[in-house]
Design a protein around this ligand. Structure first.
Ligand SMILES: Cc1cc2nc3c(=O)[nH]c(=O)nc-3n(C[C@H](O)[C@H](O)[C@H](O)COP(=O)(O)OP(=O)(O)OC[C@H]3O[C@@H](n4cnc5c(N)ncnc54)[C@H](O)[C@@H]3O)c2cc1C
Length: 667
């Protein structure tokens, strides 16, 4: 039956132009062309094979990841791929690797926190992969609380160097991807000590390994932290542990675009001016902690004991984080759409019960319960796509403003990226698991692709800001906004709606002192605010011109499902606050059911619009042609356990049982 499309009847039912939807999903015709070409290139190259990943041992998996990363780099060079194409290629290779951190965190950190001089020195090396970088912030004892980091960087004015040291076991760097076995350099975060005084946590470029033989440099104890959740998945990554024993690095390896420590006799440039011994700054946690009272970086000139302020707000250190978090939101729609594509196609293939007069049984996708679990996830995938697009725009906008010394939108951008990172990753991780359940027993097989997708994805709820910690930051931002409602400072942008809420206008924010007590409720408020963002950005998308027969109508249906499903899920909150009446709630529920019926004939086409190759999906249940059973059957025989009919261990452990010889067996 090779070549037969078992889902053709489903595709024929669709009421819209799938090719036009593919372009909407990709973001533009250009993005579609690039994505389509690169995904097919990766899928057709046996060098990027990944179907055996979950059966490899850790060592084999890791070595294979190294091979793929090198092969990907060779392909990028040989084919002269642009930066955009290269990024797409890494995306479609679809394997966590040290390169993710090198390109996604090490380079952005140097760009965001390094001086021009530092960028000129380090970026060309990093771009050519003559050095490989990791991002070493988290320690064994502290992750979210960056101010609590214990690694020290003590300035030695005699030699003009920093001494990087891990004073305790809990100060060991722990988790950084790429650190364990590959990275030659790290951006290591450490508590700066100048003249005996602690001056907050800063980033330092530290060489870890020899560029000749890859051995750790003197003073470094470095290795991998061990197996992680799931088969394959994140075990392809060498998350690492690192201890420093009085490692010396030159002063110019502290990242100094916003703060600086000057050597004796150096001149100060820019807004600070003057001549001094040392200058350093104070700034709060990268991930935690409220923004300071005036939001300014405080520069301290130690030799004179004078305090000066620059015009640079301390939130500027969030720049690299904003970038990384907005990419995480974009990735959420990819991971969720992938799981939804698998579950939708399989739900159309799978039949259970309902046979009439010997006819075929019912496709499980036709059960209303299946639809009510699956279609809100399909709607969420599209909703996250569009809010991700908007966040990308917001990031570009805020970056442009920063270059023009306009810092006004930075707190809002920070709240949006933190909140949406939290919301979309939580919903995606939960959504992937729901898709696994939607596929019944077969969803539990590695060949469904869903267990590994979940295992790879779920740490996104923790890294780059633990999701609850991030929501607490959004809650603080919202409470601050509420407290300013009566003042002349009017909320704008994503919080402008607050001025329209009559009740809020009369509120005085009373949670300043009781914040911790109310934090669980405030986190819910933060989620609601972020949901409003997602819904409003979906609606804004629909206000644009969207070409293609029936495309806009389908998106309208999905947008309504997304919004009404939320209303349905949180009915209690809406009813208890008097926002809706029980009649409204019932109407919304009726409407939701009717929307599910409208999606049903278009469901397969709506997931086809993601344009995923079978290679990228990595799932027998989700394969394009729907020919699930023969492929499942065939895959089972390829399992290493089936290499022999009688298993290894039969003579030692099974036969003695069967032959009642267990007491004399050598176990
Ligand atoms: C796969 C993976 C890859 C990673 N890669 C890197 C990397 O490349 N570089 C790097 O530096 N780090 C990396 N990390 C580490 C990651 O960034 C941290 O684990 C993350 O920041 C969370 O910090 P934590 O582990 O200290 O969690 P904790 O903060 O200890 O969280 C534990 C619990 O405490 C709660 N909690 C914490 N603080 C508060 C609070 N103030 N109020 C209420 N509740 C609170 C949290 O909600 C959570 O439920 C990685 C982690 C993983 C899992």
């Amino acid at each position: 039956m090779e070549g037969v499309d078992h889902l053709a009847h489903e595709r024929n039912k669709s009421e819209f132009d799938v090719d036009a939807m593919k372009i909407v999903w990709a973001g533009s015709p250009h993005a579609f062309v690039v994505s389509d070409r690169i995904s097919k290139l990766v899928a057709s190259d046996p060098g990027f094979r990944k179907d055996n990943r979950s059966t490899l041992s850790r060592k084999e998996l890791f070595k294979n990841t190294l091979r793929k990363a090198a092969y990907a780099w060779k392909t990028i060079i040989d084919l002269h791929l642009s930066e955009e194409e290269a990024a797409k290629l890494r995306f479609y290779v679809d394997e966590p690797a040290f390169t993710d951190v090198h390109w996604g965190m090490f380079i952005p950190a140097i760009k965001g926190q390094g001086t021009e001089e530092q960028q000129q020195k380090w970026l060309p090396l990093a771009y050519k992969m003559q050095i490989i970088g990791c991002y070493a912030q988290t320690e064994l004892g502290h992750g979210s609380n960056v101010q609590g980091l214990e690694t020290t960087a003590t300035f030695d004015p005699q030699t003009d160097e920093f001494i990087i040291h891990s004073p305790t076991l809990t100060s060991s760097k722990w988790w950084p991807g790429g650190l364990g076995k590959v990275a030659t350099h790290a951006i290591a975060y450490a508590l700066l000590i100048v003249g005996g005084r602690e001056q907050g946590v800063h980033g330092f470029i530290v060489q870890l390994r020899s560029l000749e033989d890859h051995s750790p440099l003197p003073g470094m104890t470095v290795g991998d932290i061990g197996m992680k959740f799931g088969n394959g998945a994140y075990n392809a990554m060498d998350n690492g542990v690192l201890r420093f024993d009085h490692v010396r690095i030159p002063r110019n390896q502290m990242l100094m675009s916003h703060v600086m420590v000057l050597g004796r006799g150096s001149s100060l440039l820019g807004p600070w001016g003057g001549k001094t011994d040392f200058v350093y700054s104070q700034w709060s946690a990268l991930r935690g902690g409220p923004v300071g009272a005036n939001g300014k970086v405080v520069l301290v000139v130690t030799c004179e004991g004078k305090y000066k302020q620059s015009d640079v707000p301390r939130q500027l250190v969030y720049g690299a984080m904003l970038y990384v978090r907005q990419t995480i939101v974009a990735d959420a729609s990819c991971a969720l759409s992938r799981a939804v594509c698998i579950a939708t196609r399989y739900s159309a293939v799978r039949r259970q019960f309902g046979s009439q007069n010997g006819g075929p049984e019912t496709q499980v996708i036709d059960y209303k319960t299946q639809q009510s679990r699956l279609f809100p996830l399909l709607a969420s995938a599209y909703a996250f796509r569009f809010v991700g697009e908007w966040l990308k725009w917001l990031y570009a906008d805020v970056t442009q403003r920063l270059q023009a010394n306009d810092f006004s939108t930075l707190p809002e951008a920070h709240a949006c990226t933190a909140g949406l990172k939290s919301l979309t990753t939580t919903a995606t991780a939960d959504g992937i698991e729901e898709c696994r359940k939607l596929c019944g027993g077969h969803g539990y097989l590695c060949s469904s692709g869903l267990p590994e997708l979940f295992a790879v994805y779920v740490p996104a709820c923790t890294y780059e800001g633990e999701n609850t910690v991030l929501l607490l930051q959004v809650a603080r931002f919202l409470m601050k906004t509420v407290s300013q409602l009566g003042s002349s400072k009017k909320p704008v942008g994503t919080i402008a709606y607050m001025t329209r809420v009559e009740h809020l206008m009369q509120c005085r924010c009373g949670v300043q002192r009781g914040f911790a007590e109310l934090s669980a409720d405030l986190v819910e408020a933060a989620v609601a605010h972020c949901q409003l963002l997602v819904v409003s950005k979906f609606i804004e998308k629909l206000q644009q011109e969207i070409p293609g027969k029936g495309v806009k109508q389908q998106l309208e249906v999905l947008c309504n499902i997304y919004a009404l499903f939320l209303l349905h899920k949180h009915q209690g909150d809406f009813l208890s606050t008097g926002c809706i009446t029980p009649k409204h709630a019932a109407l919304a529920n009726d409407e939701l059911r009717s929307l599910y019926s409208q999606v049903r004939p278009n469901a397969i086409a709506l997931v086809d619009a993601f344009n995923y190759t079978d290679h990228y999906l990595g799932s027998i249940l989700g394969c394009y042609d729907g020919n699930v059973y023969p492929k499942l059957y065939e895959a089972a025989w390829k399992d290493p356990l089936n290499e022999s009919v009688v298993p290894d261990g039969y003579h030692q452990y099974i036969r003695p049982l069967l032959k009642q010889e267990i007491r004399t067996a050598r176990l």
